[in-house]
Design a protein around this ligand. Sequence first.
Ligand code: ZN
Ligand code: ZN
Length: 341
Amino acid sequence: MTTLPPVERFTSSSGVDIYRLPMLLFPKDFTGHAFVLDGAGPLTLVDTGSGMGRSNEDLLSGFRQIGERYGKSYTLGDIERIIITHGHIDHFGGLAFVLDQTDAAVGIHELDLRVLTNYEERVIVATKALGIYFDRAGIEPSQREALFAMYGFAKKHVTSIDVDFSIGDEEVMDGLEFIHSPGHCPGQVCIRLGNILLSADHVLSRTTPHQSPESITHYMGLGHYADSLRKLLRFEGIELALGSHEDAIHDLYGRVNAIRASHNRKLDRIRKIMRDRGAPMTIAEITQAMYPDVDGYHVLLALEEAGAHVEYLYQHGHLSIANLQEFEAQPNPAVLYELQV
Ligand SMILES: [Zn+2]
Ligand SMILES: [Zn+2]
């Protein structure tokens, strides 16, 4: 059984107490955080967990621990505002559970708003776009069903929920400074509180946040993500970043640059794979060469990650389409890429 670290409190230079509540989001060991903010307007909850498995229970335990460790006996009923950092299920799947216990106003960036308010539509649209992507990536028909099943996992327990307010870029609300950071997700926001940044899934301490092609969902893709990393470097004076997963980051700017370097290495690796092959390749083939050992859900993640990098290379003029005639003649054929010389 996964053991979670205790709730921790951080106090920002702007005087806000930030409680970090660890939760198990997906079995077996995918953990993450919700945050309670005291001192920035109404008592605010940032993200709600996945609503799956132990997640709701862990959220309640987090509130109990705030009382035990820090003497503040909040309950979910005391929460007056809920901010969702982005429209991924591990961040908003627990929203219905939380809203059973509070009338808090719910807010999310406008680019992820429909994920919450029109969830069923969003799943249909995203699944359709993913199918088109699979065709273009050259996925074998036999593999499609398993990939769609993985994609549908964890999406069934959620229904649409009303949103009370949307968040714009660089909006300031009760001392919370929102920084729109599209890439990992269209409506991804980081939240700055003085010297502390809630970096959500935009910057994590160990892993490079997952990338998926813009061809599946607008405002995602490596180009947007790289722009958002660069944008973050403009915000000086951040001494501590708290991600929605993994550990606190004490050198945010160094971490941002390490993530940028990691993506550059992946781009180089794709070019090398393609040079070594010496023949046009599909995204499925490039993925197989980059991530030969992945299984389960990671197959889907690998396809999206590699595809985001191929898309970036193509957008920036490093690749061209080798089977343009077929691409023109067929409804949605697999695209063969070759290095642009
Ligand atoms: Zn995410
Ligand atoms: Zn996440």
